[in-house]
Design a protein around this ligand. Sequence first.
Ligand SMILES: Nc1ncnc2c1ncn2[C@@H]1O[C@H](COP(=O)(O)OP(=O)(O)O)[C@@H](O)[C@H]1O
Ligand SMILES: [Mg+2]
Length: 310
Amino acid sequence: MDRMMTLVGKVAESDSSVVVTGETGTGKELVARCLHANSSRRDALFLPINCGALPEHLLESELFGHEKGAFTGATSQKPGLLETAQGGTVFLDEISALSPSLQVKLLRVLQERQLRRVGGRREIEIDIRILSATNDDLEALIAKGTFRSDLYYRLNVITIPVPPLRDRLEDIPLLTQNFLEQLNNKVDKQVVTTTQEAIDVLQRFNWPGNVRELQNVIERAFWLTDSDSIVPQDLPAKLIEDVQPAIDASLPYGEAKRVYLEPFEKGYLSRLLEDSEGNVSRAAEKAGLHRSSFQRLLKQHGVRSSDHRT
Ligand SMILES: Nc1ncnc2c1ncn2[C@@H]1O[C@H](COP(=O)(O)OP(=O)(O)O)[C@@H](O)[C@H]1O
Ligand SMILES: [Mg+2]
């Protein structure tokens, strides 16, 4: 992340096109905003556009605008988003979703710094910086023939890869504190810290949804906790159950097995209670156990049914 931020600092002022790559939720849009905020265009618009969100013809008229009568429903003239962002930065998210014909039109914008609205004849001069993002391997798409290599070279003067959260678990305490502060400032509830036990749980998960998923987990825990700190019980059961504990061969057999199985016990019981909305009798029935033995297990593993009542 330090190397990435150094790169962001160097590239921000360059006005070059940049492709930000990385899994979903890693912070690609945040990086793009950061590039814009540190560029000479900072006082102009930053315009994010998701290329995967609209069907081709709608995206085309959104991006390039249209003249009156260009197609059925084009009752008036409308400038496109690329025009609207004059002087600023356009962030094209999910760039790999661009259709072949839009790829050609975008290439023209990058090469000639001009565009024509749909149904228009006039060339419009365009002064924008284009940043884009993808979680696909664009070079593989080029090899497959679905992404133009000439567009790729124009877009990708510089690549900034954003690492997945699982490769920088040491960021979790900082990110968590940052999200808590944001929430504390926003609403009338104060949660000041996360216990070390909860941080340990967070750092053992593999975060397929990356920072966005962490943010959701912290927001949920913020609302669930009864105290001024977040404890493991405030975290979703899947975080506890998806964890593969390490086998500790320095312990005697019984002890090593107990340590290894503890996350299973906790995860199983929590998940069952979550599914039964904290109803112990129903959870015990699903587990095929007597209510009293089930209660004993809960107590033994420190799982509280009240945490799972909705
Ligand atoms: N380093 C970070 N610090 C604080 N918040 C972050 C960080 N990285 C990502 N986020 C937050 O995580 C969420 C997902 O980030 P986003 O940039 O939309 O990811 P992507 O575009 O890669 O899917 C956003 O709410 C963003 O503010
Ligand atoms: Mg995004």
